[in-house]
Write a protein that binds this ligand. Structure first.
Ligand code: DQA
Length: 146
């Protein structure tokens, strides 16, 4: 089974959107980086992006049976979505909340995460490396579960 790497709202604009905060790599570049790193770990990656909360919820449901772990950058839904919290709880899989930016250095409204209590762990602040670190963490968790 693959690892799902799920991306939330506005991440389709990565590379164009506030590059001083989020960098110049596009989401396509991030996907390529994830696939390359996953290959070194012997993991398969299913990389997706949606601007719609319900679609992200449905993907987390799909992961219950279809994935061995979840890495999720839920964007702004991190700070608002009880539905994603509940979906991640229900998925009951190794999971990582990740962010490109260090959300704790930023506006106060980014300091709270509804997802954090529902995932295994959180990685933020390392730019595209946050995705690489999340995949390495999931790889360790998934191997330990075998
Ligand atoms: C983000 C941080 C969120 O606060 C923000 O809403 C995003 C991107 C990040 O990757 O740094 O859309 O998740």
């Amino acid at each position: 089974k693959p690892v799902f790497v799920l991306n939330g709202p506005n991440l389709n604009l990565l590379g164009l959107r506030e590059p001083a905060i989020y960098g110049t790599a596009t989401l396509k570049d991030v996907a390529a980086r994830c696939h390359a790193h996953a290959a070194t770990l012997g993991l398969a990656v299913d990389f997706r992006q949606s601007n719609h909360e319900g679609e992200l919820v449905s993907w987390v449901h799909e992961a219950r049976d279809g994935a061995c772990g979840i890495a999720i950058n839920a964007g702004a839904y991190t700070h608002t979505s009880v539905a994603l919290h509940d979906a991640l709880k229900a998925a009951d899989l190794p999971s990582v909340e990740l962010h490109l930016s260090n959300v704790h250095k930023r506006e106060a409204f980014r300091h709270h995460s509804f997802l954090a209590p529902a995932v295994t762990g959180v990685i933020c602040g390392f730019g595209v490396e946050s995705y690489v670190l999340a995949l390495s963490a999931l790889h360790s968790l998934v191997s330990a579960n075998k």
